[in-house]
Design a protein around this ligand. Sequence first.
Ligand SMILES: [Zn+2]
Length: 132
Amino acid sequence: MDSKTLGTVVSVIMFVVAALFLGCGALFLLSAFSAQAADPGGRLCIGGVLVIIALAGVAGGIFLVARARMADQKVVIEQKIDLTGDIESKGLTCQQCGAPLDSNSVSITGGAVFVKCPYCGANYQIIEEPKW
Ligand SMILES: [Zn+2]
């Protein structure tokens, strides 16, 4: 189980626990206002605390989900770099001699594309426009 799956599972558990706390808190608050309540003040306090815990749980769950989404976006960007590099290398020709370049003569380092021409020995970097 990777950290992303773990985060999703933890956030789901937090949402479920928060829902339980919210339900119990709502019951306590409702009973505090009913005529038969023996200790309305105490029930109001317990209900309030339960609702606050529930809201904290929901906030924590949302935070975890948002963090998981950000991790997803990062992965997508990394894939885009690989993809553009792949496409570039297939239709690429040497800027100096015009020879077709295969993937062996093109390397990607830190998102930048480096070309080493096997025909004329040219060695240069292709400046890529950001695509995101
Ligand atoms: Zn060349």
